[in-house]
Design a protein around this ligand. Structure first.
Ligand code: PEP
Ligand code: MN
Length: 407
């Protein structure tokens, strides 16, 4: 095998029926299987190659030369398919970039594609998460939600109650947060509750109320979906589907989001690593939906002063590892309304693209998460206090765009 050592797993089975004996050998030398093959025949053993050999899971990016023609792109695509890989995406007009994934003959495929005259270069993506990695794409993914662009040069605030509780409650919430400058309304109609005896959400009735609130205020809707069975239903009402912390690794649900036609707000699991969060995002993108936003909402630690421990470093870390927009939820990260504004400021300062904040017209009466919900005046005050931070955020965003453009 050209350019490297391949690890092959070899299963050896004795042919004689009375003494079935299995062994596993590991070879770090590509010539060993052949030697063993000969040896096996001599000794009445059958040798099966189980290992991956040169057939490997891989992702790569093929950059075509400037102004490649349709026929040239098609020729590369069919060569990719010939080696067992799938073309995942084709982007760009002047310079086309082809994203490839799958399992196939890695080396042969790379060598063959590199040799095609219309190909500028081929790059293998080394991160385990492929499409969401910075290696795959340097520029931020911009996600348009109901006229608001997330990931660009506007800092976006999503706000609203934990749960949709009544028409009056959601309408008052929507009007209040819109007036204070929020661009999207949050509110759960399907609620993941630790206790089966707690309020589980208004379900479709709640979705209808969210739609009313959208009509009244123009705010786009962010709401949670908990099951793959409800994806279509929720997508009919929502502008963004939220995947809660408890469902971050619900892989059946993640796969179903690939074709839902709505952007996703994916929350980090209670005990999940940043890498696991990225792998979950990869599920959604690999299944066909590139519009994923990642949300830090605090993780479980030994600390009990706050409901969760905000891993604030996850935000710049994610900005380094992925091109997807990053959102901070200071409400679930703290569990205490008194701490929310300070953490929100930290989120802006550290480079999040947006905040998602729980706000309730009467937090003391909230059915869920009242203790961490701001009331309307508190939310308006927080938004005011964020302004100078957002100005600084805009300056640094402009500089980032300049440096990405400069390559
Ligand atoms: C919520 O947003 O109300 C919620 C349940 O969040 P999380 O999944 O982060 O706990
Ligand atoms: Mn909540």
């Amino acid at each position: 095998m050209a350019g490297g050592v391949s690890v092959s797993v070899i299963r050896v089975k004795r042919i004689r029926p009375t003494r079935k004996e299995w062994a596993f050998l590991f070879s770090a030398d590509i010539s060993l299987p052949r030697i063993l093959g000969v040896f096996g025949k001599l000794c009445e053993y059958e040798i099966f190659l189980l290992g991956r050999g040169p057939r490997k899971g891989m992702a790569m990016i093929i950059s075509m030369k400037r102004h490649a023609t349709r026929e040239e792109i098609d020729a590369v695509t069919s060569q990719v398919n010939h080696f067992g890989y799938k073309v995942h995406s084709i982007e760009g007009e002047e310079r086309v970039v082809i994203g490839v994934v799958g399992v196939g003959d890695v080396t042969a495929c790379l060598e063959s594609i590199e040799a095609m005259p219309q190909v500028e270069n081929v790059m293998r993506i080394s991160a385990p998460y492929k499409f969401v990695s910075k290696e795959f794409r340097k520029e931020k993914t911009l996600i348009r939600v109901n006229g608001t662009l997330i990931g660009a040069d506007e800092f976006v605030v999503i706000a609203g109650p934990c749960s949709v509780e009544s028409e009056e409650q959601i309408l008052r919430s929507a009007e209040g947060v819109a007036k204070a400058g929020a661009k999207l309304l949050r509110g759960g109609a399907f609620k993941p509750r630790t206790s089966p005896y707690d309020f589980q959400g208004m379900e479709e009735e709640g979705l209808k109320l969210l739609q009313k609130a959208k009509k009244a205020t123009g705010l786009g809707i962010v709401t949670e979906v908990m099951s793959d069975r409800d994806v279509e239903l929720v997508a009919n009402y929502a502008d963004v589907l939220q995947i809660g912390a408890r469902n971050m690794q619900n892989f059946v649900l993640l796969k179903a989001l690939g074709k839902c036609g709505r952007p996703i707000l994916l929350k980090r699991g209670l005990s999940s690593t940043v890498k696991e969060l990225l792998m979950s995002a990869e599920y959604i993108v690999a299944h066909g939906n590139p519009d994923v936003m990642l949300c830090e909402r605090g993780i479980r630690t030994f600390e009990t002063v706050t409901r969760n421990t905000c891993d604030i470093t996850a935000i710049p870390a994610l900005n380094e590892l992925t091109h997807l927009p990053v959102i901070l939820d200071p409400s679930h990260a703290t569990g205490k309304r008194s701490l929310v504004p300070a953490l929100a400021r930290a989120g802006v300062a550290i480079g999040a693209d947006a905040l998602i904040v729980e706000v309730h017209p009467a937090p003391e009466k909230a059915i869920s998460d009242g203790a961490q919900s701001l009331d309307m005046p508190q939310f308006a005050k927080m938004m005011e206090e964020l302004k100078p931070y957002i100005e600084l955020w805009k300056d640094s965003r402009r500089n980032e765009f300049v440096s990405v453009a400069a390559g």
